[in-house]
Design a protein around this ligand. Structure first.
Ligand code: URA
Length: 408
């Protein structure tokens, strides 16, 4: 039966609910092995899935665990999820912004996937920060301070947690049906009334084309309406990294700077304003324009940063303890010109090489390493200028500068 199912998908045929249920629950129970699941995932990656298969798989993922009931928290709860990018620390910024405006945010985040970082890995770079709250703790904190960012609780879509970790190391991350199933099962199980998805497109993203992003967008909206949830999507660029920092501690420090009002331009700032405004406009039923005013104001008057501190304190974190490696290497330009492109994918790979991400399921992350960009797209570069600074511990290997920075 296991082989029959793999072969059926290898031949591009549609799997029934029963077959998917047998195979995926078999994996959860240990009857289906890693190598067999990897094989089916690869067949899905290559041959895709029909809508009915996607609804079935989403249901199997949701039913593998509990569904949170957030109805006891007054107001519309809006959740946000990103398909993942290089330097994407938006959750750290927009969760406190939106919550400081009176909109409750209960966010279950994930770990890094492929070359893209994960919010939970970033939060773990804050010493003491608890990312494994129980359902009861999530509920209590949501009531007390109106914001929670935690790892997927063990009881929430546990199937996704297992499959996600396997996809990360088997080259099966970029399948549109698997991304849709993974994200939507978690979002529906997390109990939000409305869902905003940031779909990233470009070299540093799971999806490379706008066409694929549109496909994912309409698929997630279809799954949302199947489950009676409003889903909105924003398609955002991921050819260059978001912001100037890549690597866990560095990214948390950059998020803090933005919340303190020290960063007011650039792709990270603009995207955060856009996403936070969309969430506020969905929750409060006001125009996006008015929502954006509120969002900018809550950063300016310090409320958003105070909410971030409340979040960190409530989950036992100590931001004074965040450390970045003392070993640094400045990477200098070999020629003069205009910095035309910064390649997010190559920087993502470099950050994983430095130890900021995982190459296999068992790898431990080094939170203190990463890359800080000293220059950004459009800057005038003189030969010898520092383009970026590497924070490393063990080694940084060889760096192909021309692949990362295009100076014309
Ligand atoms: N984020 C998820 O949670 N799942 C995916 O498959 C991709 C990005």
């Amino acid at each position: 039966m296991i082989l029959d199912i793999i072969n059926k998908k290898r031949l591009g045929k549609e799997l029934s609910y029963k077959e998917l249920d047998y195979f995926f629950n078999g994996y959860l129970e240990g009857r289906v092995k890693d190598y067999q699941m990897s094989s089916l995932l690869m067949a899905i990656c290559i041959n895709g899935m029909e809508d009915e298969e996607i609804y079935a798989l989403t249901k199997i993922f949701i039913d593998s665990g509990d569904v949170l009931d957030l109805s006891f928290i007054p107001g519309i709860k809006v959740d946000k999820h990103s398909t993942g990018g290089v330097g994407d620390k938006t959750t750290l910024i927009i969760a406190p912004i939106v919550s400081s405006l009176g909109v409750p945010v209960v966010k279950m985040s994930g770990r890094g996937l492929g070359y893209t970082g994960g919010t939970i890995d970033k939060l773990e770079s804050i010493p003491g920060f608890r990312i494994n709250l129980s359902d009861e703790e999530v509920m209590m904190q949501a009531q007390d301070i109106g914001v929670v960012v935690t790892g997927q609780t063990a009881s929430l879509a546990p199937m996704d947690k297992l499959i996600y970790a396997l996809r990360d190391v088997t080259g099966t991350v970029s399948s549109i049906p698997l991304i849709a199933t993974s994200i939507m099962s978690k979002k529906i199980a997390s109990g939000a009334d409305k869902i905003l998805i940031d779909i990233k497109v470009g070299k540093g993203a799971l999806l490379q084309t706008k066409k694929d992003a549109n496909k994912l967008s309409s698929l997630m909206k279809k799954i949302g309406s199947f489950y009676n949830r409003e889903v909105r999507t924003i398609i955002s660029d991921m050819n260059a990294p978001l912001g100037r920092c890549i690597g866990n501690s560095l990214e948390v420090l950059e998020a803090i700077d933005l919340l303190k009002g020290k960063i007011k331009t650039g792709n990270l700032y603009n995207l955060c304003i856009d996403l936070a405004s969309e969430m506020v406009c969905m929750a409060k039923d006001i125009s996006k324009w008015d929502a954006a005013e509120l969002v900018r104001e809550t950063i300016e008057n310090g409320s958003a940063y105070n909410k971030f501190l409340e979040l960190v304190n409530s989950q036992n974190g100590d931001i004074k303890g965040i450390t970045v490696s003392k070993k640094t290497k400045k990477i200098r330009a070999k020629k003069s010109g205009i910095l035309e492109k910064i390649d997010a994918l190559e920087l993502g790979k470099l950050s994983v090489d430095l130890g900021a991400g995982r190459k296999s399921k068992e790898d431990e992350i080094d939170y203190s390493v990463g890359i800080k960009l000293n220059k950004t797209v459009g800057d005038i570069i003189n030969k010898g200028d520092v383009l970026c600074t590497l924070y490393y511990n063990d080694s940084y290997g060889s760096i192909d500068l021309d692949k990362i920075f295009s100076i014309k």
